[in-house]
Design a binder for this molecule. Structure first.
Ligand code: KG4
Ligand code: ZN
Length: 371
């Protein structure tokens, strides 16, 4: 059974994991260790990730994190069959630390270097958690940097084929959570904080607008000369997300609340909880409406939600209710595997290693990279 070291440094988590094959096609990966050094405390005072600070912190942490992942996985350097690393997308200075480290280890151990796309890693987290997903699957990858819908199919060589069928035309959903938390002075990162506060709020208290995709835009098919083209264009629009209007609506609502209270201090706790719950409701509905619409349109056999926002409790619970009503198996990662981690990178790396998709030592980190 092959064993790889996975390394992930695309944003603000320095992560390393040891992942091995199991020999069982239905549950192909075993996570032997999964270590994450979070930089949240470092970036908190700036209200978001500061790229320069992030890359310096990765440099400080990477050796210890990798050593800990080997120790807790009970695996020695000589047992590794490959080094899988996130090549992109992400912050280039952060990615470079992981890529340079992985190249050095691969060269010194003389084992393959495996470049992994960060979002392929998030999608692989579904397999790590649940075993093989039923394809074709519609998978929503929803994080601080992305809100993408993929139609995932199996390739004959054992890899996945990823077709991008929808994405956000402005902010990512996680980014909207983070920005709304900043507007409400709740701290960073906003997603988990809003999730927690929303539990005490009334989700119908504020009627925030739901984005409807009616304008022509860059992602829609431009072919409007045939009925098929028109139908395709309509469908493409129904699969697009938009969160910046919602964020602006929250901002206006907060300003108005301050004006009517005649103060610029903090809003009453109950109002903040209502705003969080109402905002979260709109985001969750927008995500799930499009995911299930896509699943029906594309004849999916299952649906999946991956990425940091997949940790959201309302998205998870409402996703399960809707999936069971529509009779779609729903795959989601556990909390540890939803946010950035290296187990998903190691697992995606093993899938690539099996079909020889390895890299040379001239591999470079790439800030924007298509899947
Ligand atoms: O996948 P991830 O760890 O990093 C990126 O690749 O971006 O996702 C981080 C994002 C952040 O925007 C964070 O606020 C959001 O995921 N997030 C959540 C929750 N936990 C993390 N959003 C909503 N609810 C949560 N419970
Ligand atoms: Zn991520």
């Amino acid at each position: 059974m092959r064993v790889v070291l996975g390394i992930e440094t695309s944003c603000d988590e320095t992560a390393a994991a040891v992942v091995s094959e199991t020999g069982d096609p239905n549950s192909p990966w075993r996570v032997c260790s999964n270590v994450v050094a979070s930089q949240i405390n470092l970036h908190r005072e700036w209200g978001g990730v500061v790229p320069e600070l992030a890359s310096r912190q990765h440099l400080r942490d990477i050796c210890g994190v990798v050593e800990r992942s080997l120790d807790s996985g009970n695996v020695s350097w000589s047992e590794l069959d490959g080094i899988a690393v996130t090549q992109g997308p992400g912050l280039v200075g952060s990615l470079l630390v992981g890529v340079a480290f992985a190249k050095a280890v691969s060269a010194s151990l003389d084992v393959p270097l495996i470049p992994v796309h960060h979002l392929a890693g998030h999608i692989e987290s579904l397999v790590v958690e649940n075993g093989q997903v039923l394809t074709p699957a519609v998978v929503l990858v929803v994080s601080g940097g992305h809100t993408n819908l993929y139609l995932v199919n199996d390739k004959s060589d054992g890899r996945f084929d990823f077709r991008l069928i929808g994405r956000t035309r402005d902010d990512a959903a996680g980014e909207a959570f983070d920005k709304v938390a900043t507007l409400l002075d709740l701290g960073y990162p906003g997603g988990p904080i809003i999730d927690r506060i929303a539990r005490d709020g009334n989700d119908e208290a504020v009627k925030f607008p739901v984005a409807r995709m009616t304008h022509s835009d860059r992602n829609a098919s431009p072919d409007l000369s045939t009925p098929v083209g028109i139908a395709e264009t309509r469908r493409a629009r129904r699969l697009e997300f938009s969160f910046s209007g919602l964020k602006t609506a929250v901002k206006r609502h907060v300003q108005k609340s301050h004006e009517s209270a005649g103060s610029s201090g903090s809003l009453p706790k109950g109002d903040v909880a209502d705003i969080c719950a109402s905002f979260q409701r709109v985001v969750v509905h927008s995500l799930l409406d499009r995911m299930f619409f896509a699943a029906q349109e594309f004849g999916a056999r299952s649906v999946g939600i991956a990425g940091g926002v997949a940790a959201n409790s309302r998205l998870r619970s409402e996703g399960m209710v809707r999936a069971s009503a529509l009779q779609f198996p729903l795959f989601m990662p556990s909390m540890d595997l939803a946010t950035d981690n290296a187990a998903m990178i190691g697992a995606a790396g093993l899938r690539l290693l099996r079909c020889g998709k390895t890299a040379q030592l001239n591999l470079n980190a790439t800030a924007s990279l298509d899947l």
